[in-house]
Structures are given as C-alpha cells and as structure tokens.
Design a protein around this ligand. Structure first.
Ligand code: GLN
Length: 537
C-alpha cells in the first residue's frame, strides 16, 4: 500500500490557461521519474456529467473504458500518461450532491442538518481520496475546474484546505496556475492579477505552494521575486509557463523550469531518476519535422468549436507523426455542404473523416461527403454517426433504397438501415444511458482493420444508441459493403468496409479516445497512410 501524496492544481485570473495541460505535463515528468501517477478533474458544474452538454458548451465529451462520460481534459491525461482513466477520475458537483442527497434519503445523517460544510466537503474529500485509497498511485494530481473566486468552486477550495490541514503540507500541496499578462502599451509584464488571485485563495485559507505563471514573454528574476514576495512563496517556486508551439512541448518546458523538482521537494520525495522523455521526444522530433503534408476534411456540425473534436485532431497529430506527415485539417460544416457545392468544397482532400454526432441537423451534408469519398476513391474514415452515414449512403445509392435512413433522423423511414438498439427501447432518461464504454469486437481477416490492428479481437470505447440493422446485412454485403468487425456476443456490426475502395472504413466506436502519444491509434495511422498514398497519385 502506497502512502499517496496529493497535488492540487487551481486556476486564477481567467479560465482557459491550460490547467489540464500543466497537470498532465507534471504527471508525465513524475511518471518518467518512476512514480505511478494519476490525474483527476473536479468540475464545479451541476450536471452529473458532460454527457448531456452540447459540445458548443464544453467541447468534446470524452469516454473512459468503464463508460464514464467525462470532461475532455481526461483525454489529455490519457494521451500524456498512456494509462486509462476511469469513473473516479472525473467528479462533478452534480455527482457530489447526488450522493449526499441519496444518503440523506436513506437516513445516513439522521438527526443532522445536511450542510455544505461538512457534508458536501466530506463527500469531495472522499472522492479525491478514492483514487489514493486504491493503493495504486504514489501521487494523485487533482485539477479543480473553474477559476478561484467562482461561487461554485468554493466547496472544492474548502475541501482542499481541509485536506492540507489533515494530511500536512508534505502530503498535499497546491499549485496555483495564473496569468501574467504583457501590456504592450506599458511594455511590461503585470503581476497584479496574480497577486489578486492569490489573495483570493488566501481568503479561503490556502496559501499556494507553487505558482505556475502563464505568460507570452519571459519572466525575469525581478518579476519572479516580486511575485514570490507578494504571493508568499519562495522565488524558486515561481515557475514560468511560456506559450508553447504545441501542448506536447509543455513537459519539456516544465522540466526546464524545474516544476517536477520543486513538487518533489515539497512532497518530501527524493528521486534520483531524471525524466528522460526519450520516446516522447522522438515523437516531437517527427511531429515537428514532417517530410510531407496531406489535407484531411473533417466533416461535422460542431466545427465552429474545434474542441468538440479534440481527440480526433490529437489522434491526427499522433498518426501524422508516425507517418512523418503534417496533417492539415480542412474544417467543413456539414450543414453547409449541398449536392451543388460538395465537389468544390471537398476538392483536393486526401482523406475524409465524417465525425460523430447526434440528431438530424447536417446529416445530408455528411451523406454527400461519404458519397464523394466513395466515388472518388478518397480514403474515408467514418466514426460512429459517420459510420452510420456511410451505411445510409450505400443503401441509398448502391442498393437503390430511396429514403433509407436512421430511425434517429426519421422514425418512419421505409428502410431503417440504422435502427435504435433493442436495449435502448425501454430507456427514457437521457443521462448516462447510451451504450457506453469498452466492448469487444471480432475482426475479419483480409480487412483494412485487421491490417491496422494485426489482431483478431479488439476492445474499443462506445457512445451511441443506434446500430447497424442486421436485416440489411446480406443485401449490403452482396452489393460490396462488408461487415469486418462484429461484437462476438451480440452480433452488433461494429465495422463496415468497402473492399473495392482503397481505404473505406466506418466504425461504430470511437477509436480517437484511445490514441496516445506513445500509442498512436492504428486505424488513424493507417488512415493517414492511405491519405498519404492518395496524395502521391
Ligand atoms: N447519434 C448516433 C447514435 O446515437 C451516433 C452517436 C455518435 O456519433 N457518438 O447512435
């Protein structure tokens, strides 16, 4: 059993400073030094999980093996650490209140008034320590969502204060991520916003142990000294985090600034081992020195917010590096694609990826782009809804089933080639009720997917309610679309391909969630490879 140490990451001044990337980079360095580390995200919103949030609100919903619908930061944690996260790695205010209220109804607090302190804060502490208590981790890094001073973050900050008091500063430290803006008119970096946000933390009883300062310009020693003096830390505990070319540079930058070293010092851990980041740096080397460029069209309806497709674009980066190719993304709004403009908008692409999604909006544009990829021999990758669109397109154009559709889009379609799953028919609630998480899939020999995975049995993560309608399987296969991946227990079609096409693969699952820096996803790698071959024609 390990004596788990806790590192908390809070944010000040403004949101979007990249707490998730700092947390993941620190974790990476500690992992390289031989510690077992995990990262957890606490989200102060009241939704139970982001599964019911529109991607425009909060970006992509990330899914874990055990079927948790989570914040996209968990994707960064997995991509950096190369170890899976789980239900316990993402906690929301909704989850906290739900469990406290359920306990209250059961009579667990009989006789007591249930209050934010101690009942909500106890539940928060319990959730933070759940990961520590598994005995698996030397260090648990907990990122507190939102910005210090937000009404909703208060119970979290109080829980952190209590944990530091209970466990001692050598077992629980606070890193405060803040902004040091450069004012062009004054020609100066400004420390005041940081001073204010640290004061705010101090009012809640927390004196941060380390400051990580996001900045566009180099922070010199004079400024570091000033920050240290006014924020009650040592000068060596003021860490500069300057804008990076790519998020994957941040672990190296943090190492150069000594973040992992001061963290270990404060936690009274002494590590002889230096982080080497060998495989990591090989990846960066390839990523930054591509020998060719290809362009992939990403067809989706949330393209205004690129974060909606975070795991997909990161998977392109990993797969691009493997192929020593720069992957340019052409963002195409599916609603804007019409039969008239499709050829023009899609012209010159070396690959087309039709993205996951829900509901009717934009689907005709997606179907059009499938057809374009299929007819012009352009490598095609359909993910979840994208795979379903490929089935619909083939049914309409090749089988001549006019108005073939998914019952999600048209309940009364004469040809429901994509149908609501049997198990979903009795589902009435929207939250957490999809087919979620990891499921097995058996792969056929002689397929693009077998070539990629080089394995007959795979496991991938899911998030859907509709499925390929097996009543149409025979017809589709006879016409040249093959089911090359099947769930061995239920017979659900997980993968479709068109063998006569150079590379046409649709998957019901989400391969993007499992692509990491050290393990680029094989399907993304081969999709990019096929696109690269296409580009040479
Ligand atoms: N809307 C489709 C379904 O529920 C696809 C979901 C997705 O793309 N994640 O089956």
């Amino acid at each position: 059993m390990k004596n788990t140490k806790y590192v908390f990451v809070t944010g000040g001044v403004t949101s979007s400073l990249g707490k998730g990337i700092i947390a993941a980079s620190l974790a990476k360095l500690l992992q390289e030094r031989g510690y077992s580390v995990t990262i957890q995200k606490l989200d102060p919103y009241i939704n139970i999980d982001p599964g019911t949030l529109n991607p425009y609100e909060h970006g992509e919903c990330y899914v874990t093996d055990d079927g948790a619908e989570t914040d996209l930061d968990l994707g960064h944690y997995e991509r950096f650490l190369n170890i899976p996260t789980s239900q316990a790695n993402n906690v929301t205010t909704g989850k906290i209140y739900q469990s406290v209220i359920n306990k209250e109804r059961k009579g667990a607090f009989l006789g007591k008034t249930v209050q934010v302190i101690p009942h909500i804060t106890d539940e928060i502490k319990h959730r933070i320590q759940l990961l520590g208590k598994t005995g698996e981790f030397d260090i648990v890094i907990t990122e507190i969502g939102g910005t210090v001073g937000d009404i909703e973050s208060l119970p979290y900050v109080e829980a952190v204060r209590q944990m530091q008091w209970e466990l001692g500063q050598e077992n629980a430290i606070v890193i405060h991520l803040t902004l040091v803006p450069y004012l062009a008119a004054a020609g100066e970096l400004k420390t005041k916003p940081t001073q204010h946000s640290v004061k705010m933390l101090m009012q809640s009883g927390i004196s941060p142990n380390i400051l990580v300062c996001r900045t566009e310009r180099h922070i010199n020693d004079t400024i570091k000294r000033k920050l240290a003096l006014f924020c009650n830390v040592q000068q060596q505990d003021v860490i500069q985090s300057i804008d990076a070319e790519t998020i994957y540079d941040v672990p190296n930058l943090m190492f150069n600034e000594g973040l992992d070293r001061v963290v270990l010092e404060k936690l009274e851990l002494c590590s002889e081992k230096q982080p080497k980041l060998i495989a990591w740096n090989q990846f960066i080397q390839k990523y930054k020195n591509p020998t060719s460029t290809i362009e992939i069209g990403l067809i989706g309806k949330y393209v205004e917010l690129h974060d909606s497709y975070k795991s997909i674009t990161e998977a392109f980066i990993h797969a691009g590096a493997t192929n020593e190719t720069k992957v340019k993304v052409r963002w195409i709004h599916s609603e804007e694609l019409t039969p008239e403009n499709a050829a023009k908008r899609l012209e010159g692409l070396n690959g087309i990826l039709v993205a996951p999604g829900f509901g009717e909006r934009g689907i005709e544009g997606k179907i059009k782009s499938v057809q374009y990829a299929r007819e012009n021999n352009i490598p095609f990758f359909g993910i979840c809804l994208g795979m379903q669109m490929a089935v619909i397109e083939y049914s309409r154009t090749i089988l001549g089933l006019k108005n073939a559709n998914s019952t999600e889009m048209n309940e009364n379609t004469p040809h429901p080639v994509i149908n609501l799953m049997e198990a979903q028919k009795s589902v009435t609630e929207k939250g957490g009720t999809m087919r979620l998480g990891a499921w097995d899939c058996e792969i056929s020999n002689n397929s693009n997917v077998f070539e990629a995975y080089t394995s007959k049995l795979i496991s991938e993560r899911h998030r859907h309610r509709y499925e390929f309608n097996n009543a149409y399987l025979k017809q589709l296969e006879a016409a040249g679309m093959k089911a090359t991946g099947i769930n061995p227990k239920t017979g659900l079609v997980e993968i479709i391909e068109i063998p006569s096409h150079p590379w046409f693969v649709g998957v019901q699952y989400h391969p993007e969630y499992k692509s990491t820096v050290l393990n680029p996803h094989p399907l993304f790698v081969n999709f990019i490879k096929a696109a690269l071959e296409q580009s040479k024609k």
